[in-house]
Unconditional design. Structure first.
Lengths: 372, 489
């Protein structure tokens, strides 16, 4: 058998694109709330400043995180073979992400529940570390997908079925340090720094007064530091050897998207330096989207795995669900994704106002209410 | 311990823990929406204070439900990759739809509800909590449809070495789903009703001790006591009904589960139901038992209830069959593969037997306490503070909560050795590339993390329960850009 023994159907190609769209939604949206939370203990000099930062993301972070859950669910539904092999391959890394997501989610909701600086400071660090882990691990992970994770075949169900699973021995026996090769580390660092910059720009956009100015200056510095690993990540990522089955046309798309992402990022640094945080935010957002396009273009057809020497392969056709399921999911996505986008956009407009320390009430516990 | 055993323990622990927060999320969101609706309609401060008081407790609980829920979606792929590969074509869709249709709704509108008090009109703001509550209900629909499919794999065929979806309508009209969903959701209302009543009752006893309790506080907590207790009692009556319907469907599609629930080894006509047994549950010895004649047959909906031994013999001869001897298409098509796997079709009998009884016992206990509470506080009477009352107030939320846990433990343990009933054995579903050491590492860290968070969560719960009803002062929607927000984290 060879890779892509059968030609991918339109539905399968569509679902790889849809999974990419969901990941882009997650990375662009949750990216800035990761950034803001990582900056929390460093930028917020006192409790009120920290509360300003927390409140810029307070109403929206959970909705942003659902993009990740939907992306994961879509992989399960549309490419169950991919979901199964990938999630069991990255067992411990995914566990680190879960720990991060647990810590940060609880931190946002619980930090304000006691008027006690030690309590709040502890939760702020939990939020920062919890927001560092996912981009770090995802960055290392995506870099490894570009390298191509090794696979092996095992038989299950007492020999009834042969499936492609992750070959950890091969990965760790290689010349590189398993997942933590130099390129893997650059991926992790790039993701963290890009989200820090994205978050600093978002926070400056959502705040006013002295803290907003400080965030702008910080965003410029972070942007300049980020540029170095980002350039290496993009260029190296496009020069990596071709994985079995990869298409030249999509490699070209990856080049264009990657370079475009870098150009947009330079633009973002320029505009935040000029004090135009709105445009800068759109530019960091599109940078993230472009880098995701670069990565997903290279995931065709092997989904980030190296199928060399395999009898039963893992690719977009073998991992895919049946046409019945893909059709059902397509109908659901066509109806609900636009609806979700509409109400999430509305939520952002409800909370469009910039926040300053003067907007933060003294007492956090009890909302006095209510408008009319 | 084999990797499937430890992976099962992990799934059990993380899921039971997650489900401590789920019933309150599902039902309390809706009950808070009802309280806020009452405020919207009457303008009475009492309902606003109750909305805010229980709303805050709901949110403390909700945060834990959200973060422990993420683990659930990931661990199918992490620990149970061959299950995911085998069933993803069917099981993945409801999970994806749950995120797309329910989680977005829940999280976005709850954010708007929490932070939107001074940004939205009263009517719009009220709509936010209703949309979030509807989101939690939709979520329960999808996840229980997925679970019901594991109990009774309808609408699927065996193709390409896996289960494939042929009829999504059949998945949503699965008789197990149609009976299990109401049973689980009503169970959630017993917990939330018991929680509202228990917390309010505790405060009433506290107020009863004061010389001159604030009249508004007394009347607000009296309202909450009644509201919670009545919700719980109505749910209690409905849960008996839904449980009865579910039991009959279960007997039909998973006869072994009903036999395990009673530890019934030999087939019996007009089977009796044992409330309590001392002896060995392997059927070899019985020292003492309390039995009600005929009741098991009523629960099962069939005059003759098949025993474990007969079902086992059936399995050895014909493979997995439902009570009426039929098979779902998937079970039928997979039967030849299955016969090569050599599976003992018997679940853990003591766990099934006792979990079933503890579930029912705790449910009945809650209803008795709730009815007693209504009796004690009737016609404006105050409860007598003391150990008895306090104990009862603890029982009100905790007994139904643990009844929920034991119900699920029974459902899932009684399904064993199957991860998909009559098709895929659990031990063949585990991830082949994840080592026992890996699972131990995560197990220890989950335990530490979840343990710490439980302490924190309970600490906050008690803090805000003790704090009592908030004072409220109406203010206008804020237009001044520099004015403090009426609410911020």
């Amino acid at each position: 058998m060879t890779l892509l023994d059968v030609t991918p159907t339109t539905l399968q190609a569509l679902w790889l694109i849809l999974v990419a769209v969901l990941w882009i939604g997650y990375l662009v949206l949750e990216g800035f709330d990761y950034g803001v939370a990582m900056l929390l203990p460093f930028v917020g000099k006192n409790d009120k400043e920290r509360r300003v930062l927390v409140n810029t993301i307070g109403p929206v972070w959970d909705g942003n995180e659902v993009w990740l859950l939907t992306a994961g669910g879509a992989m399960f539904a549309a490419f169950s073979g991919w979901y199964a092999t990938l999630f069991s391959a990255l067992y411990l890394p995914l566990f680190l992400i879960l720990v991060g997501l647990i810590l940060r989610g609880v931190a946002f909701e619980y930090r304000g529940k006691r008027a006690d600086w030690a309590w709040r400071n502890r939760w702020d660090w939990a939020a920062a570390i919890g927001s560092l882990l996912p981009p770090l691990v995802f960055g290392v992970g995506f870099a490894n997908f570009l390298l191509g994770l090794p696979l092996k075949n095992v038989t299950i169900l007492a020999g009834a079925t042969t499936v492609p699973v992750f070959d950890g021995d091969k990965l760790w026996a290689g010349p590189l340090f398993g997942l933590f090769s130099l390129y893997g580390l650059i991926g992790g660092i790039t993701f963290v720094l890009v989200f820090l910059t994205h978050g600093a720009i978002y926070a400056s956009l959502k705040t006013k007064g002295e803290i907003s100015g400080r965030l702008k200056k910080l965003a410029v510095k972070l942007g300049l530091i980020t540029a170095i690993p980002a350039v290496v990540f993009v260029i190296w990522g496009n020069l990596l050897p071709k994985l079995p089955g990869q298409l030249d046309s999509l490699r070209t798309v990856a080049w264009i998207a990657g370079l475009l992402g870098l150009v947009l990022f330079v633009g973002a640094i320029y505009f935040i330096w000029k004090g135009r945080e709105g445009i800068a935010f759109i530019l960091t957002g599109t940078t993230i989207a472009m880098v995701a396009v670069m990565i997903f273009a290279q995931l065709f057809p092997g989904l980030g795995f190296n199928n060399t020497g395999l009898k039963v392969m893992l690719d977009i056709t073998t991992a895919s669900s049946s046409p019945t399921t893909l059709t059902l999911m397509t109908v659901a996505a066509c109806i609900f994704v636009p609806i979700v986008l509409l109400y999430q956009i509305w939520a952002y407009t409800v909370f469009r106002r910039r926040l300053g320390v003067e907007n933060i009430p003294d007492e956090v516990d009890e909302p006095v209410v209510v408008g009319g | 311990m084999g990797s499937d055993t430890i992976a099962r323990w992990q799934f059990g622990i993380t899921t039971v823990y997650h489900y401590f927060f789920v019933p309150v999320t599902i039902a309390l969101s809706l009950l808070v929406a009802v309280l806020q609706t009452q405020w919207y309609r009457t303008g009475s401060d009492r309902y606003l204070r109750l909305t805010k008081f229980y709303g805050k407790l709901f949110l403390i609980n909700f945060a834990m439900g959200v973060v422990t829920g993420i683990v659930q979606e990931f661990q199918f792929g992490m620990n149970w990759s061959e299950y995911s590969r085998f069933v993803g074509d069917i099981f993945g869709a409801p999970l994806a739809l749950e995120a797309l249709v329910a989680f977005f709704l829940e999280s976005t509108f709850l954010g708007l509800w929490i932070f939107g008090w001074d940004k939205l009109s009263r009517g719009k703001h009220l709509a936010m909590i209703w949309l979030a509550a509807i989101g939690t209900l939709i979520s329960s629909i999808f996840i229980i449809a997925a679970n019901s499919w594991m109990q009774n794999p309808v609408g699927a065929i065996y193709n390409n070495g896996r289960a494939e979806l042929v009829d999504f309508g059949a998945v949503l009209t699965n008789p197990i789903f149609l009976t299990q969903w109401p049973h689980a959701v009503i169970g959630a209302f017993m917990v939330a009703g018991g929680f509202i009543a228990g917390v309010a009752g505790w405060h009433m006893a506290k107020l009863a001790k004061q010389d001159k309790p604030v009249a508004e506080d007394v009347s607000a907590f009296r309202t909450a006591t009644k509201f919670g207790a009545i919700v719980m009692l109505v749910a209690g009556l409905l849960i008996i009904l839904s449980g009865d319907l579910l039991g009959k469907q279960m007997t039909r599609v998973q006869p072994m589960k009903m036999a395990a629930a009673e530890a019934l080894y030999s087939t019996e006509t007009n089977a009796s139901f044992s409330i309590f047994t001392i002896g060995s549950l392997d059927g070899s010895k019985e020292i003492f038992s309390v039995r009600v004649p005929g009741v098991l047959s009523i629960l099962a909906g069939e005059s003759t209830v098949k025993g474990i031994n007969e079902i086992k013999a059936d399995y050895a001869k014909n493979g997995f069959t439902q009570g009426d001897g039929k098979q779902e298409v998937l079970q039928q098509q997979f039967a030849s593969k299955l016969s090569a796997l050599g599976v003992d079709p018997t679940p853990n009998i003591p766990v099934s037997y006792w979990a079933f009884r503890i579930m029912m016992g705790l449910g009945f206990l809650t209803m008795i306490v709730g009815a007693w509470m209504l009796w004690v506080t009737r016609k404006g009477a105050m409860p007598k503070p003391g150990k008895l009352w306090t104990t009862m107030m603890w029982i009100l939320p905790l007994a139904p909560l643990f009844a929920n846990s034991f119900g699920w433990i029974f459902t899932e343990m009684g399904r064993q050795p199957w991860i998909v009933a009559g098709v895929l054995p659990t031990s063949f579903a585990v991830s082949p590339t994840v080592s026992v050491a890996d699972v131990w590492i995560t197990m220890i860290l989950y335990t530490l993390l979840y343990g710490t968070l439980a302490v924190v969560e309970l600490g906050l719960m008690f803090k805000f329960i003790k704090k009592g009803l908030p004072d409220v002062a109406p203010v206008e929607q804020i237009v001044d850009e520099d004015a403090p927000l009426s609410f911020a984290y």
